[in-house]
Design a protein around this ligand. Structure first.
Ligand code: GAF
Length: 391
């Protein structure tokens, strides 16, 4: 009943086929990086807090080959009718590169620009992806990280995995114009099979939390809506959090307690107060949720997911009618522990934790009751970025 997701080998085969047809030669390097779903800890990463995402079996693959000279050709097989699917550009001798059109290529240009061993040589590459675009499952981070991993094969760097994630985050800031936190790139690089990652976004250290109970299922439901507010409101939220931290006299909201917040309440406008309250409580919830998951206390975990969703809806105001509808509809089914919006919000996906035997009736119920057309992914925690062999 769930959406069929092409396997990594199917994606690689398709990309290699396009490469051979366009360039009349064989690709020599294949890299792959996953999208992610965040179980809890939303809008906490850029506040130096905790997040609890896992890497997905949905991936972006890059196949290609180094060329002589400084020319780059990249082709994406991912449909976007508004923009050309091929881009050609020249590299500069110092490795710097400015953003331009088509906009999808800016993620790649940003990665080249921030690559830790500049300048990179010329290359040809083809991209294929199973991560839904703009669905809140980090299609952009998976593209950045897959590309960085590809570049590491044609010109090795000595960056550790965390620096690699940071370089990809910088690419998104400077070349895609999104002031994102570190969560998506971090888990795309460091994701572990059968585990969620509790990431401390202040120390950039992660603790793997086992998540491989055969009685349990993680269901992602794509609302298939994306409201245009998403990117502008993200930057607004970030600014509001920084303003609150400033008034609190703290380096970030990670350093603040609810008591601290109450003490300065009369100096904050109501909106800024509610944004900060969400972040401070969500950081605490995320730590509690990771503990609950370790103990197999799924009911407790589900309760924390619900509190997270309600807070994102009421205090942080990044949910939307469709996501609220999917969450409340999922919660009507027996065997569902919890459900919440995941990612930046204003559309995209929900994540639902449920008993394995309840999966068919949950999907059926959502299909029948949701006012839009949902897509489902029954998913498991997967490994982070990797190089694949071409044999
Ligand atoms: C987006 C961002 F890219 C992440 O860094 C994170 O802030 C998330 O929204 C919200 O938790 O995915």
């Amino acid at each position: 009943m769930a959406a069929s997701c092409p396997s990594v080998s199917t994606l690689v085969a398709a990309a290699r086929c396009v490469f051979g047809r366009l360039f009349g030669e064989e690709a020599e390097v294949v890299a792959c990086a996953p999208g992610r779903v965040n179980l809890i800890g939303e809008h906490t990463d850029y506040n130096q807090g905790f997040v609890l995402p896992m890497a997905l079996p949905l991936v972006t693959v890059v196949v290609g080959k180094q060329t002589s000279g400084q020319n780059v050709t990249i082709v994406t097989t991912t449909e976007d009718a508004d923009e050309p699917l091929r881009v050609d550009f020249s590299l500069s001798s110092d490795g710097s590169l400015s953003p331009g059109l088509p906009s999808w290529a800016n993620y790649v240009k940003g990665v080249i620009h921030h690559y830790r061993a500049p300048p990179v040589p010329g290359f040809r590459a083809v991209i294929a992806s199973s991560v839904p675009l703009g669905g809140g499952l980090s299609s952009s981070a998976s593209l950045e990280v897959a590309f960085y991993t590809f570049l590491q094969q044609i010109k090795p760097d000595d960056a550790d995995k965390v620096s690699k994630a940071v370089a990809c985050q910088q690419a998104e800031h400077t070349h895609a114009g999104v002031p994102c936190g570190i969560m998506d790139q971090f888990v795309s690089v460091l994701g572990r099979e059968h585990h969620a990652l509790l990431i401390d976004c202040r120390s950039l250290k992660a603790t793997p939390v086992p998540l491989a109970d055969s009685d349990l299922v993680i269901l992602i439901t794509n609302s298939n809506v994306k409201h245009s507010l998403a990117s502008s409101e993200y930057a607004v939220r970030r600014r509001q959090c920084e303003e609150a931290a400033n008034i609190l006299g703290k380096a970030s909201l990670r350093e603040a307690t609810v008591k601290d917040l109450e003490a300065v309440r009369d100096r904050l406008d109501d909106t800024t107060y509610r944004r900060a309250l969400h972040v401070i409580e969500e950081i605490e919830r995320t730590v509690q949720a990771a503990e609950a998951l370790k103990r197999g206390a799924y009911k407790e975990f589900g309760q924390l997911m619900m509190e997270s969703h309600n807070s994102l809806r009421d205090l942080y105001e990044v949910s939307c009618r469709e996501l609220d509808e999917l969450v409340s509809t999922a919660m009507e089914v027996e065997g569902v522990f919890g459900s919440r919006m995941t990612g930046g919000g204003f559309g995209g996906c929900t994540v639902t934790l449920l008993l394995a035997h309840a999966i068919d009736r949950t999907i059926l119920h959502l299909k029948e009751r949701y006012s839009g057309t949902p897509t489902f992914y029954v998913t498991t925690p997967s490994e982070g970025a990797r190089v694949l062999s071409l044999s």
